[in-house]
Design a protein around this ligand. Sequence first.
Ligand SMILES: *Cc1c(COP(=O)(O)O)cnc(C)c1O
Length: 441
Amino acid sequence: MNLVQLDRKYIWHPFTQEKNLKEPIVITKGEGAYLFDTNGKKYFDAISSWWTNIHGHAQPKIAKAIAEQAHNLEHVLFAGFSHEPAIKLAEVLVKLLNDNSDDEASKLTKVFFSDNGSTAVEVALKIAHQYWQNKGQVRKKFISFKGAYHGDTFGAMAVGKASGFHKNFETLLFDVDFFDFPTTWNGDSNAEAKEEKILTEIEKYIQQNKNYIAGLIIEPLVQGAGGFNMSGERFLRELVRLCKSNEVLVIFDEVMTGFGRTGDLFACKKASALPDLICLSKGITGGFLPLACTVVREEIYEAFLGNNFDKAFAHGHSYTANPIGCAAALASLELLIRNETLEQIKMIESVHRLRLEHLAKQHEPITKPRITGTIAAFDLNKKNGQYAGQLSEQLKNKFLTQGFIIRPLGNVIYLMPPYCTRQEELNHVYNIIEKTIGDLK
Ligand SMILES: *Cc1c(COP(=O)(O)O)cnc(C)c1O
């Protein structure tokens, strides 16, 4: 049997109706922004392999750091023990998150490690809940946004329930209240009114339920899986101010927006709005290894200190703070903060602006063009009586044939290439989109 046949015999893929998965593309090699399949066909990875890969595939500096760490120390339990890669990584993260803040109380200072985005969210929700308990209050209510996606574990599904991704599990999920997300796009003249309306609703809600709310969770600036919905920086600042002044803990899920995606290192820095807790994963190791963390303010951490175990945070995973993952993250962060990388991020954003705005003007099915940093997205509308879903499926397949990987979310097409992408490569992607959309029937 060849690899595809063996795959079909033994493997169950995620987010996949297996009945329709005839031939998964088997990838054998990655290099820069490209992936190569078993036939040697080359694909441009326009979505950074599920948004994780920020510097390109098989980046040699990260690969080297991983190899060295694996030869030295591959893993150690993280309760009662520690190690240099985790210690150094925590120090770097805390510095990067806070470097232009001089308000000590609002700094994010303590790093709790886990393994993936969902667990980083799970940890944040559990910390928020127990924080109030440790302070002698029962606060069970979480608030979130429609269209939010926070992962596939139970707590993460509960706060992402309104996305519709978790329908089969709804009866098992705890109760959460949802607000509209102030989705906006280029040329949206209604943005500020939407933001105001939602902020007013949230304020009213908070005032009525203040003593029951454990926390609010949001994907800052960009909702990812829910359809690349983008919102403004001012909204985020006002939201944080509102929550903090009413003692509602704010959780930023920056699993997707972290590590340069929004044009700044983190969305919270771009918007000058520090949350009480932040969840990081995806890009943290440059897309090499699973790793995540939840970073909190000092005062939150201190609420867990006590003379017996009751107040401690009883949560952990076998591979928490895996040394090889931490070494990969350190190497990735070193690459990320180089001027060359920051210049690349700016270049990608400016190509998005130039090309996507032009495309939206020229092609009627393209609506709501939106850009935040290295992320560009648009909605594809009906053309010649064909549904947008069919169109995006056509587009995806045409792209694959031509050696480009995109993965539409319903009728939303998005691009978020790795930062090593060259200007001419990204322009080429836009040329293909332009031609393919023009040709769609
Ligand atoms: C992907 C994602 C998650 C879940 O991360 P996993 O590593 O897939 O568990 C959570 N939140 C956001 C915003 C994400 O994009």
